[in-house]
Design a protein. Structure first.
Ligand code: MLT
Length: 407
């Protein structure tokens, strides 16, 4: 008899961003509306940086000739890209990461979702609100218990509230794995070096693995905020870091990202210690054939002088959108957080309105799409998230519509 993985049956509805896309589609079709502005999913709008485009064109030309053709690449990723990352993202900040500790992938979403494959059962903690991939992938693996309508009873939630400055507090119960995402999706907040050091110290003392999603590190403007968890001493013993080219260089449609699994990161397994990067390599060799050669050549070019200049200017553009929208939201009396070191604004709903209701109001009366905070976890209730990835004209128009709403 065919049996399914019935953990899937416990998942509520559809994946958050798919559910929002379906609602927006239905709204457009039913009311024949064609001016909906999406500030929901963080899909970038600025084109790929020209340095990456040129590199990808050259890569296609190579693949077009039998002399320079490339077939399957190394599962861990091409060395040229791993070297560029080790130098450009880490050595440049005084952090030693070897190219052998880097695993290229098709994005941080896949990596943060797939990493559960190499972990056994244990108590998992997530910040709340949280990027839904961490929660759903643990639920699919049977590690989240049951869904109670707002949360999973097998997970430990670390509430990030206005009252605690949206900073997660250390778990009060024993956990084995903690997901941290900074700059944070969805709240757009960051951790200071001391706060992050507190987490690393806690993980070292309590034998906890930190899964550190740094997909938005390129948006950090505050020089006191760490870009990598490995800027903290001892972190290589306890943390895996995930990064992405999606939002940094317009790779949402191209797909490329990477995970760093340090050599020192080893866990007890019976009477021996097992290095997690060996397990991950084993997993990737079996289930993954690598990001495409074209994507990897494009990603390599992001580290060139022009690539850096071009991506910097795109990021500044997105951050200026965030500042513009924040100003407009504040003008109409809404409280907005984040947006200075991240492409996300975390906005309090007017009068404590439930976040899905506010989503409906914005869609119906302003034709604007946001992401309801409750979709990110129980502590997201009373907030919505706006992204900063649109064109400036989009934000000017969004601000005009918000002002007309008269909240
Ligand atoms: C988001 O909007 O949270 C992200 O774009 C989703 C993702 O990166 O998968």
């Amino acid at each position: 008899m065919i049996r399914i993985n019935d953990n899937y049956l416990k998942l509520p509805g559809s994946y958050l961003f798919a559910a929002i896309a379906a609602k927006a589609r239905a709204f457009r079709q039913t009311l024949a509306v064609d001016d909906v502005i999406s500030l929901g999913i963080g899909d970038v709008t600025q084109p790929l940086c020209p340095a990456a485009v040129e590199a990808m064109h050259r890569a296609v030309d190579e693949l077009a000739s039998s002399e320079t053709f490339h077939g399957y690449g190394p599962e861990q990723g091409y060395e040229f890209l791993r070297k560029a990352i080790a130098a450009g993202d880490y050595a440049s900040r005084g952090v030693k990461v070897s190219p052998d500790e880097i695993f290229i992938s098709d994005g941080a979403k896949s990596d943060t979702g797939n990493i559960v494959d190499i972990l056994g059962c244990g108590r998992v903690a997530v910040t709340d609100p949280v990027y839904p991939v961490y929660v759903d992938s643990n639920a699919m693996a049977g590690r989240a218990g049951d869904y109670t309508g707002t949360k999973w009873d097998g997970l430990t939630y670390l509430p990030c509230l206005e009252e605690n400055g949206f900073v997660p507090q250390l778990p009060s119960e024993k956990v084995d794995v903690v997901y941290l995402c900074f700059p944070n999706n969805p709240m757009g907040t960051v951790l200071t070096k001391d706060e992050l050091a507190g987490w690393v110290g806690y993980a070292l003392e309590n034998d906890v693995l930190i899964l550190y999603d740094a997909a938005y590190e390129a948006f950090i403007t505050n020089p006191a905020v760490p870009h990598s968890i490995y800027e903290i001493d001892g972190a290589k013993k306890v943390a895996i870091e995930f990064r992405s080219f999606s939002k940094t260089a317009g790779f949402t449609g191209v797909r490329c990202g990477f995970a760093v699994i340090p050599d020192e990161l080893a866990v007890e397994a019976g009477d021996r210690k097992v290095r997690l990067n060996e397990l991950w390599k084993r997993r990737q060799c079996t289930k993954f054939n690598g990001a495409s050669y074209i994507s990897q050549r494009g990603a390599e070019a992001v580290y060139s002088e022009e690539g850096r200049r071009q991506t910097r200017s795109t990021i500044e553009y997105y951050l200026s959108n965030a500042a513009y929208l924040k100003g407009a939201l504040e003008e109409i009396g809404l409280k907005a957080f984040g947006g200075t070191d991240a492409p996300y604004l975390w906005v309090k709903t007017p009068g404590g309105m439930p976040s899905w209701d506010f989503f409906e109001v914005l869609l119906r009366y302003a034709h604007l799409i946001c992401t309801p905070g409750a979709g990110f976890g129980p502590s997201g209730e009373g907030f919505v998230r706006f992204t900063a990835f649109g064109s400036r004209e989009t934000y000017v128009e969004a601000a005009r519509r918000l002002k007309k709403l008269n909240m």
